[in-house]
Design a protein around this ligand. Sequence first.
Ligand code: PGA
Length: 259
Amino acid sequence: MRPLIGTSTKMNLTSSESTVYFRVLLPLVADIEACDLFVLPPFTSLWVAREMLSGSNVNWGAQDVHPEESGAHTGDISAQMLEDLGCSYVEVGHFERRRDHGETDSLVAAKVQRVLAHAMTPILCVGEPEEGPTELASKFVVEQLRRGLALVDATELQRVVVAYEPGWAIGANGRCAGPAHVGTVHRAIREWLSPAAGVLGARVIYGGSVRPSAADGLLAEQGVDGLFVGRAALDPKVFARLALSAARVAKVGKTASTA
Ligand code: PGA
């Protein structure tokens, strides 16, 4: 499975700042072939991404989408608009959207379906809100996943990226989850997905206070197919370091990378 390393800049970076960000990032990652990369800037910078990242090895996408095809939804953005801007990925159900905008699993499910209908990859975020035993976290996440993917046909499941992002691990007050916890939850997700999808195609990536110092340990875990980074990757040099870590793991294999 090719590792997937991505960042959402959340509500950071104006269009001008995104231009600078991409200008710095591109040469740093230009030689990376062993893993897939994406950035999710704010809606207002997607045109910048299209202009600057087209033809590069960095894909781009959006942090949210409206579930309806089009219509009277003031201020919202449709999947068709994102597809038109060259987006490959659309993040759905991030913890902050569930928390700040009251997004429910059924809304999230409708968004996932809409993204797939427009030939883009949904990045479905799941995660337990509070820190607790790993077994309970796995149960919570699999249930959330079941509801979030309720409208997806089994044959389409391998087109989804699952981002395991525990609420307690995200943001300035968060703490990166330990590799053993993350690995166990990821394997539970994969176990649920595999019989449902009939394939092992869907990638499961981890997000929540990821830093370069934690990357190797996380990526060494079986079932961790990549990283989804917030604050740390606001420095493009850090994003590039994380991408290089993943590319190295992809080349030498998980076991050797920890040796
Ligand atoms: P963080 O954000 O790295 O700033 O904790 C992660 C995320 O929300 O994906």
